[in-house]
Design a protein around this ligand. Structure first.
Ligand SMILES: NC(=O)c1ccc[n+]([C@@H]2O[C@H](COP(=O)([O-])OP(=O)(O)OC[C@H]3O[C@@H](n4cnc5c(N)ncnc54)[C@H](OP(=O)(O)O)[C@@H]3O)[C@@H](O)[C@H]2O)c1
Length: 280
């Protein structure tokens, strides 16, 4: 698997296997096991997905060594303080059954209860301090954020000793988020593409279907290739073995600049929601 290199020198495989909405138990265990069997070496989970135990079991039972797998989890909204964040990372380590994590993200910048008086700023600073401490102790190999817009990043920069290495945001054809991506690049933050298939919304798009047919590829493959050519790190989710496998076959073709631009502009698919307005 090809890899990007984060600003701290840690390498991160260019595709990750997404696990949102894969229920804890046999479905999570089987899909992650199959993904590891067919070549994924990067798994994206989160405390709020509720599947860390099965993800960890699939990793433990796989033929891969721990150091050959890149494992990400995320701290959820009710754990935004120094002490709670530490307890939360300890819980993730325990549930996943590992003694270090490759990447931990603050899942959401501004949980609803922390919006009054911009309490989220102090909460993120404290959460981040706990993450820096775990990073320096070697319990985490990289730290980052998710769903952070420019102003959330700027607020974090005011107190962070270590800059975030990743921002995981919605990036998909029709949602290239050029300004935010450019801001991330200026600060050496790798953009990870969540919902790279628009949580399925890409499959009904006529332009995407036409481009896929021209290359003899699937719609998923051209969406994921678009992501790679943008320099993003896509995190496709699937529980269907043939999709899990075919989503990896995106390294043997190139989209033209014209097709990249057409995919930038498609409409009607899922786009990044405004984190300042979500009801949680
Ligand atoms: N940080 C955040 O706030 C955040 C938010 C959303 C997502 N994420 C991360 O990003 C990952 C991916 O995003 P997502 O779960 O929204 O969805 P996605 O990967 O954009 O799309 C998944 C959907 O596409 C289908 N699919 C996948 N490959 C396919 C193929 N080759 N052909 C046809 N259908 C295919 C899946 O169905 P099957 O399962 O049946 O294949 C599923 O319905 C998540 O799992 C999670 O890890 C993070």
């Amino acid at each position: 698997m090809e890899a990007y290199t984060l600003i701290n020198g840690v390498t991160i495989p260019k595709i990750g296997f997404g696990t949102w909405q894969i229920p804890e138990g046999s479905e999570a265990y089987q899909s992650v096991s199959y993904a590891l069997e067919v070549g994924y070496t990067h798994i994206d989970t989160a405390q709020i997905y509720g599947n860390e135990v099965s993800v960890g079991k699939a990793i433990a039972d796989s033929n891969l060594k721990r150091q050959d797998i890149f494992l990400t989890t995320k701290i959820w909204n009710d754990k935004h303080s120094y002490e709670l964040a530490k307890a939360s990372m300890d819980e993730s380590l325990k549930k996943l059954g590992v003694d270090y994590l490759d990447l931990v993200l603050i899942h959401w910048p501004n949980p609803k209860p922390l919006r009054a008086n911009e309490a989220w700023k102090k909460a993120n600073a404290e959460t981040w301090r706990a993450m820096e401490e775990y990073y320096e102790a070697g319990k985490i190999r990289a730290i980052g954020v998710s769903n952070f817009m420019q102003h959330h990043l700027e607020a974090l920069f005011e107190t962070a000793r270590i800059k975030p290495m990743v921002n995981q945001i919605l990036l998909a054809p029709g949602c290239p988020q050029d300004d935010l991506v450019s801001f991330c690049r200026q600060h050496d933050i790798l953009p990870e593409a969540y919902s790279p298939l628009g949580t399925g919304s890409i499959f009904s798009n006529e332009t995407a279907k036409e481009i896929a047919a021209n290359y003899g590829k699937s719609v998923a493959q051209i969406a994921l290739r678009w992501s790679l050519q943008k320099g993003f790190l896509p995190l496709p989710k699937s529980v269907t073995p043939k999709n899990i496998l075919s989503n990896l076959a995106i390294f043997d073709f190139d989209l033209t600049d014209e097709d990249m631009a057409r995919l930038d502009r498609i409409t009607g698919g899922k786009v990044q929601s405004n984190p300042d307005e979500r009801d949680f």
